[in-house]
Design a protein around this ligand. Sequence first.
Ligand SMILES: O=P(O)(O)OC[C@H]1O[C@@H](O)[C@H](O)[C@@H](O)[C@@H]1O
Length: 493
Amino acid sequence: MTTKQTTKSVTFLILGAGGDLTQRLLLPGLGSLLAVESDREVQVIGADRADLTTASFRALVRDRLKKGGADAKTAGRIAGKAHYIKADLLDPSALADLVQAAEGELVVYFALPPAISMKVCAQLEKLDLPASTRLGLEKPFGADEKSARQFNKQLQRVVDEDRIFRVDHFLGVSTVLNLIGMRFANRMLQPIWNAEHIERVEILYDEDLALEGRAGYYDQAGALRDMLQSHLLQILAIFAMEPIASLDPQELADLKAQVLRATHIWENNPKEYAQRARYTAGSINGRSVPSYVKEKGVESSRNTETLAQLTVQIDNNRWAGVPFVLRSGKAMGAPRKQVIVYFRDVPHLPKGFIGDHTGDAMIIDLKPGRVSFKLSMNAEGDPLDLEQKTLSADLAGAQMTAYGEVLRYLMDDNQLLSVRADSAELCWKIVAPAIKAFEQNLVPIQQYKAGSDGPEGWLADDSVAIGQESAELTSTSNKGRTARTTTARPAKG
Ligand SMILES: O=P(O)(O)OC[C@H]1O[C@@H](O)[C@H](O)[C@@H](O)[C@@H]1O
């Protein structure tokens, strides 16, 4: 892929520069961007209450940029002109000083808890910001539809919507963007991308990570808000949208919003459309994991789920009647990050053939990237005996991290990868009935052992089989990046 070099100089003002997000994701993300585009002119200004100095911040920037992949010279160049300003971010005069320090275009990135971001925004509103100012923000964008709307209004009082970048780093994952390219560049996929040919779609993101010391945030959120409401609905919107004419940010945002407006939970009984569970003590690849409720900072009476599954439908001409299953869990034994498209059975199998001809599917592994097709074909031996075979190709690794990708678009003032205000609000609207059902305990909270695949019976047998096969393929996928075929395992049960 060719990469665009830019000479635009940007000041990247990180509010909350002393925090975990800056160190773990933002600076390494910037490092991975600089690894590809080393000429970028970025002045990093960190601001926080934390007791850092410009010298210690520069050391941190250098280290994290290198961790992200930037070469030593580039990391040194960017770190050498970085600054740290100890400031109370709720103090308007401190904010004014920060803005004054900016050179070139200004990107203000909120690496702050949402409630503080909202208050800082109220202060920013009073300042005379440079015309080029862009705001970058992390999820959650509000806590429900109403607060998301208020937050959006607050942001739009600071700058116009076309300068607000709501970051969902999944939109920077190369395999997610590839959903658009693959679907619209392949003649064979276009006619079958609808309810006439597709029976069910699953969007799964099971992680082997557990809480990782994030109780302060996660115990208030849970898997439904943390993953399904945001990342997985964004994937669904991209997967299901109508054909796009060009990668125009407004057009993409319009098409995503169109899908999200038509998306609703599957039916009225919460037990039919939602499931939740949390992990108990167990071990993942030899690492022992305490029970979720024993983790520091967890309030067990909150009943926070660490695994959630939700079935939604898209009430439009293309997708009516097709269940879309969204699921994500923590502390799972086998990481499973897939979009699975299950095809309907053929209308007629020529008489005389025997064997298995059902369960054809397309599997898009998001991480590591791979696309597989499960197809019915003639097996060894009897030519009339059909069997399910998997044809699979690994996708080359991304050139930069997902954060690097979203930062690139943010620095370039291109909103293609950002979440527009209406989408942020719609995503809350879609999950609202499930959140309510969880809060009212209408959906029992189940348990699963850390390191397991979650409670039995949540996913259909064919999905369980695909998961097992995928885990096997993943364990061998680094040996080569060529297409291969394997014989699928028989479905469980
Ligand atoms: O797999 P990635 O890119 O780290 O993204 C998953 C993470 O995404 C974050 O947005 C969630 O808050 C985390 O809980 C989750 O682990």
